[in-house]
Design a protein around this ligand. Structure first.
Ligand code: NAD
Length: 470
């Protein structure tokens, strides 16, 4: 069984205690990682702090080159990382490879970014030049649904802009990330990228740590609130990418055959464990029965199973707590008499497998509609009035994403503009690129990742005024 060490100041580092990583398809232990002590966190922050001046002083072009090397390293080890990712996360091997390759492409793309410089001569006799400078030591905290890709979303822009980093993967999925951390020591100076693993105590130690200047956090809204509270001590900068309960709105003119499979994946990719999965599907009365039947037919063609089996389209839910949460939502729907078009109560293990479950028009205030399921259960809801459905979509503490499905792109765009979310897709969902800002509105987050806005979150402006040359 593999054991992966933490990376502190360029060195593999173990701890007195370990945590076990569970394969969600078998519930067997697939690896162990150190349970970081508080002293070891202090060491990793000190290492990042010590590496910071030299890394910051490097020319931008050299840091760009380091990112390109990171991309090449990921690609050179993609098969090994794919196997680790499927074993710990559960996703099908093809999806694991897609995540690893996306991570390489992402960081290679971010490598080509330049930072803006703003010059003003508006004040007579003065020139002001505003550049963007790094923050210092970034603490990165990552969830378990896309462990490698979401880590790279933070590593790329933080390092490119001259910061150093201490990164913590989720205790549920640390294996591929720690392995990647070890591989990247070949292309980075010691201390620039440190990786620590641990249980429930480690995240709070990081968000309260006085040696960390910024926390870039991806995870649930409940945890995001705690991070914000404990980051106040030294006024850490924060980027919070949090939960969502995305509405997908299907207009009456939709071409059902053309969109059925896309709608299915909008909700069920990664077994529903995507922050921007469609989590509430609002379908116009005119096409409701047809859409429900089409989705049920797609769902019943998909195999739920071990990610290592070639036939598997959807892997297990990643961990027991999440499995129980999703099972509880299904039980609640059944107990309240809501009709399940397909799916239902999961079988008893081993493995956290949940059948694709479609709930036929439950009440708007039901738990399955109001709560973020983060698993393969989807409520499908009828509507007949566009203003009413937009109000229902927006009556939500979250504001992460949403989608509109229609044959009339202009009409869809009008609806899209009325959704109170950071991202809206038309006739697709979940697509995110390094080129555009990804930001949660309302309680889905603070700040942005990706795009220029995401890059700038790892910097602060610095303005230098000088007299104009005669
Ligand atoms: P989580 O909030 O439980 O954990 C996220 C990370 O925070 C983990 O590394 C965890 O160990 C750490 N953590 C836990 N308690 C902490 C604390 N008190 N202080 C600091 N760190 C702490 O979330 P999860 O269950 O791993 O992920 C699922 C959630 O993440 C869902 O709500 C999903 O919508 C959200 N998510 C959001 C995005 C996005 O970009 N907006 C992307 C993926 C997932």
């Amino acid at each position: 069984m593999p054991h992966f060490d933490m990376i502190i100041d360029g060195r593999a580092t173990s701890s007195p205690a370990c945590i076990e990583v569970i394969d969600p398809a078998t519930e067997a232990i697939v690896g162990t990682v150190p349970d970081c002590t508080r002293e070891q966190l202090d060491e990793s922050v000190a290492a990042a702090r010590a590496a910071y001046p030299a890394w910051r002083a490097r020319p931008h072009a050299e840091r760009q080159d380091a990112l390109r090397k990171i991309a090449a390293t990921i690609m050179a080890h993609k098969d090994e990382l794919q196997q680790l990712l499927t074993a710990e996360q559960g996703k099908p091997l093809a999806a694991a490879m897609a995540e690893i390759e996306a991570a390489a492409w992402w960081i290679g793309t971010v490598a080509e970014s330049e930072l803006p410089v703003h010059t003003s001569t508006a004040m007579p006799g003065q020139v002001s030049v505003t550049t963007r400078v790094p923050l210092g030591v970034v603490g990165a905290i990552v969830p378990w649904n896309f462990p490698v890709l979401l880590a790279v979303w933070k590593i790329g822009p933080a390092l490119l802009t001259g910061n150093t980093m201490v990164l913590k993967p989720s205790p549920n999925t640390p294996l591929a990330t720690l392995r990647l951390g070890a591989l990247l020591q070949e292309v980075l100076p010691p201390g620039v990228l440190n990786m620590v693993s641990g249980g429930d105590a480690l995240g709070p130690w990081m968000s309260a740590h006085p040696g960390i200047d910024k926390i870039s956090f991806t995870g649930s809204t409940a945890t995001g609130r705690k991070v914000m509270e404990s980051a106040a001590g030294n006024l850490k900068r924060l980027t919070l990418e949090l939960g969502g309960n995305d509405a997908a709105i299907v207009l009456p003119d939709v071409d059902v055959d053309a969109v059925a499979e896309k709608l299915f994946w909008a909700a069920f990719a990664n077994s529903g464990q995507v922050c921007v999965a469609a989590k509430r599907l609002y379908v116009h009365d005119d096409v409701y029965d047809e859409v429900l039947a089409a989705l049920k037919s797609v769902a019943e063609r998909m195999t739920v199973g071990d990610g290592r089996d070639a036939a598997t389209a959807l892997g297990p839910v990643q961990n027991r707590a999440q499995f129980e949460r999703v099972r509880d939502l299904i039980r609640d729907a059944e107990a309240n008499g809501y009709r399940l078009a397909t799916g239902g109560e999961p079988a008893n293990g081993p493995g956290f497998f949940v059948p694709v479950t479609l709930v036929d028009n439950p009440p708007e205030d039901s738990r399955v509609v109001q709560e973020e399921a983060f698993g393969p259960v989807l409520p499908i809801l009828r509507y007949s009035d566009i203003d009413d459905v937009i109000a229902r979509a927006n009556a939500c503490e979250y504001g992460l994403g949403g989608s509109v499905w229609s044959s009339d792109l202009d009409k869809a765009a009008e609806v899209a503009a009325r959704l109170e979310t950071g991202t809206v897709w038309i006739n697709s969902a979940q697509g995110i690129t390094p080129f555009a800002a990804f930001a949660g509105h309302k309680q889905s987050g603070i700040g942005a990742e990706n795009g220029t806005e995401g890059l700038l979150e790892f910097t602060v402006p610095q303005t230098i005024y000088r007299p104009e040359a005669a």
